[in-house]
Every structure is written in C-alpha cells, then in structure tokens.
Design a protein around this ligand. Structure first.
Ligand code: ATP
Length: 282
C-alpha cells in the first residue's frame, strides 16, 4: 500500500481548469497540482464528485483511490492522491491527453498492424501488473483505455474495480454485460480470468476498430443465451491482424480453467510483437 501522505492531499494544492469529461459518479477536469514542498505545479486530471456528493459517492471515490493507490505501472493511470479532507472529494491523477482508445480506433485511418499489436501488448502489461497486485478491473474495454500523445496506453476507470482474488456479485447492475465472461453472466464471478475474457473482447474491438460494439445491441438475457449457445461467441473470421484474432479465441475460452492468466497472455503478445518487429512494417 502507498503511504498515507501520498494519498491524502489538500484542496489548496489543486487549481481546477477546464472540464475533460464526465462519468457515472464524477466529472473529470484538467487541473494544476502543487505537490508538497515543490516550487512548480504539475498538470493533472482531477475527478470530482458531481454536485452535493452523497456519503456513498465519497465512499466510491475513497475505494477507487485505494485500488489505484496500490498500482504503479507505465500502462496504468497513476494516482497522485485523493483530496478527501473537505468537500467536494477529488481524485488527483496523471493527465492523459490523447483521448480514449475507442475514439482513436474509430477516427484514425490506416493504423498499422504493428501499432494495433503494440496497443494490445501495452494493455496486457498493465493487466499483468494489476493481477500481480491482486486487483480485478471488472470494466476493461477500449473506452476505458486512455492514450498519451506518444500513443502509450494508460488503463483507467477503476470505479468498478475490486481488491482481492475474486468477488461474487448477486446483481450485475452497472456491469458492462457485453464484455463479461460466461461465469460472470451465470454466477456473478469476477476474478483475473474474467478480466482475461474482457481483454479478449477488447481485442475484438481493436481488430474491428470499434466499428461495432461486441454483440450489440443485445440485452443481458440475449447475451447470456448467445454466450451459452456459441462455442466461440467472439470469434472473428478473417480478422486482421490474424495473430490478434487467434488470441481472441485463447482469451475467450469458455472454460476458465484452460483460459490463460495475464502472465501467459503477455508472454504470447510479446512474442507476436517481436515477430512483427522482425518482419518490418506490417
Ligand atoms: P464511468 O465512471 O461511469 O464508467 P467514464 O469512464 O466515462 O464512466 P471517468 O473515468 O470518470 O468515467 O472519466 C470520464 C471522462 O474523463 C473519460 O471519458 C475521459 O475522457 C476523461 N478522463 C478520465 N480520466 C482521465 C485522465 N487521467 N486524463 C485525461 N482524461 C481523463
């Protein structure tokens, strides 16, 4: 765990700028943050509770900070701390200015295969770290991967994340159903292997450049049926790059026991990337 002085910040050290976006619990702003003892402020992103925050929202923010606080990886949005001594509670994070992967895939033409594989490799690296720190993301999807100006991936949005090996939920209320593994849809189970399934679905988003949503526009019931009936519900025929399409089948293995963990997924994607680099532009 990160020391308390890194986690709890004072409101007076934060100056809010323009709004970057909003989510279910908060609004995200560009801001300046002056770390304790520093002479110059740094540019950050600040997530602030909307309006008069309820106790539950404040708890959600503290939970998000706790989860993010144990993570320290180049492919995960870094948390500087939480300003929780006054209202509104604010999460202070690394600023990532290139937008999210979904938008990038939809709006950028002619992205090379090597770049697509590099995105997938970055996400696998971040997820391997998360699994090592026993964090389950629970909402891994292209929309929650931010991109820096130098095209590095930063995994974000820990609003649904969980610290621990496994969590079983009774109701899939805020869950992103189309990214969920069969055991989640059937029994509410979330663990590393269910994140690997979501990673497989994310690979399909990369392959089809987010042109369509996975299994859209099906309802929870329809998704449950589809996943139950199909052997390979997310298989993409003739998908490019082919190596990523093959990896979809591996990650979206309906049997969670034979489905790999993130260490194996990362090793496989690294091998794919090395081959791509040796072959020159692909
Ligand atoms: P929800 O929390 O409901 O799942 P969300 O992913 O849209 O939804 P947030 O994580 O609160 O919610 O982010 C809202 C928006 O703010 C994002 O879409 C993103 O564009 C922007 N954003 C979030 N974090 C950062 C960051 N560290 N740097 C730059 N922009 C960010």
């Amino acid at each position: 765990p990160v020391p308390r002085d890194r986690i709890v910040l004072h409101h007076s050290s934060i100056t809010l700028g323009n709004k970057l976006g909003s989510g279910a619990f908060g609004e995200v702003y560009r801001a300046k943050y002056l770390p304790n003892g520093a002479s110059e402020s740094i540019e950050v992103a600040v997530k602030r509770a909307i309006g008069d925050a309820q106790r539950s929202t404040i708890q959600e923010f503290c939970h998000e900070a706790q989860v993010m606080g144990v993570l320290q990886h180049v492919n995960i949005v870094c948390l500087y701390g939480i300003a929780s001594l006054e209202q509104p509670v604010m999460l202070v994070m690394e600023l990532v200015t290139g937008g999210d992967l979904r938008k990038h895939l939809q709006t950028t033409h002619n992205i090379s295969h090597r770049q697509l594989i590099t995105f997938a490799a970055d996400i696998a690296s971040g997820m391997k770290h998360m699994a090592q720190r026993r964090v389950i993301h629970r909402d891994l999807a292209a929309r929650n991967c931010l991109i820096t100006n130098s095209l590095k991936i930063k995994i974000s949005d820990f609003g649904l994340s969980h610290s621990g090996q496994e969590v079983i939920v009774k109701k899939l209320k805020k869950a992103p159903i189309r990214w969920l593994a069969p055991e989640t849809l059937q029994k509410g189970i979330f663990n590393e292997k269910t994140d690997v399934w979501s990673y497989g679905v994310l690979l399909t988003e990369i392959i089809n450049r987010c042109a369509t949503d996975p299994l859209a526009p099906r309802t929870l019931k329809e998704v449950q049926e589809w996943i139950k009936e199909s052997d390979h519900p997310h298989r993409i025929k003739n998908g490019e790059p082919k190596e990523l399409a093959d990896l979809v089948d591996v990650c979206c293995d309906k049997n969670s026991i034979t489905r790999p963990n993130f260490q194996t997924v990362r090793r496989r994607i690294r091998a794919i990337l090395e081959t791509a680099n040796m072959l020159g532009p692909i």
